[in-house]
Design a binder for this molecule. Sequence first.
Ligand code: GDP
Ligand code: MN
Length: 402
Amino acid sequence: MKLHEYQAKEVLAGYGVPVPEGRVTYFPDDAWMVSMELGLPVVLKAQVLTGGRGKAGGVKIARTSDEVRQIAQELFGKKLVTKQTGPEGVKIRKLLVEKAADIERELYFSIVIDRTTSRPTVIASKRGGMSIEEVAEKYPEDIIKIPIDPAVGFLPYQIRRLKYDLDLMAQEKEAAKIFSALYKVFVEKDCSLLELNPLVVLKSGHMLAVDAKMDIDDNALYRRKEISKMRDLTEVDPDELEARFSGLNFIKLTGNIGCMVNGAGLAMTTMDVIKLAGGDPANFLDVGGEATPETIAKGFEIITRNPSVKAIFINIFGGIVRCDKVANGIIQALKKVEVKIPVVIRLTGMNKEEGMEILKKSPLKFYIANDLREAAKMVSELANSKAATVEKTTTKEEKKEK
Ligand code: GDP
Ligand code: MN
């Protein structure tokens, strides 16, 4: 789960990390009021769950009262298109208004989990402000990497080395306090990423966390209630949200084949095999090992709501669930949810034969495949031909209108 910048800064402030004075706002008038309270100049920052806001015009400095009004009017409701959002962009609903910092230099600091060493790893650089990918490409020698042994934590000698490498000897005490606090936040909030870009040295010599990005490990949210409360439901896709409440794991993608699979690993594999067969998945959907009529029905409901979906692929492995039960579940689900597009089914595992028999006998028309590759080929062809027909009809209608 991603936190907004203003939420991450709230958490950081609670650990004694210096952050700019400011407040999140929801209306242009509110932004103006806060800026008057803080004193000019202020920075207005779009609170959207994506990086690269600065370059996309989502971070602006206002020096006069008129500028605050003008920028706030412009930013609220605007669609911000960054490198990470894709062309559709994200709508700005909140602006963080902060006292502008008088920056001397910008540093990069982050903690991530390095999967190869299985350790939290500090990544830092004197070249803050630009993306770390860009630093890695242009100035790889300027990246500092410090693996941390979680059993002993971020050790004083490592912090000393970091201060030295970042030229923070003049801020020695302050820097040490900030770095240990950041590691403490990372551990105590179960972060998968904590990134300050930039962490700055001010003209006054003091340090300040000007930007903050915090991602929390979803598997740890059950024990971080104070964090899960912060989830911004307006930033979550409504279908994904509904799926989550129904115990499904659903992620929308851009293709035209709706996928329904039991188990996350099999769901990933299914998408790979569809791609290999020339198809394009419209979603990732793991209905859970059990695949009950209720979860299957909910799956159909969510999948068919997406107008791009031209065919559905159900891929079930009877491991902890029997295939005959799943087959009955599919038929029952289709009594509740009307599905007008072709459905390809591949069942395997326990009671496969019985399951296939039930599907074949049913008055509903399914495309039944024997193995995964065949099924993927079938569904890709169906989806592609359906897509072609639809394109043809729309062009015809357009011509008629003209
Ligand atoms: P991002 O583009 O989404 O990473 O947003 P940031 O919060 O990192 O802002 C982008 C850039 O705007 C920073 O690297 C700074 O150069 C600049 N910036 C942000 N806040 C301030 C501020 O208070 N004062 C000054 N002078 N520059 C700022
Ligand atoms: Mn930044």
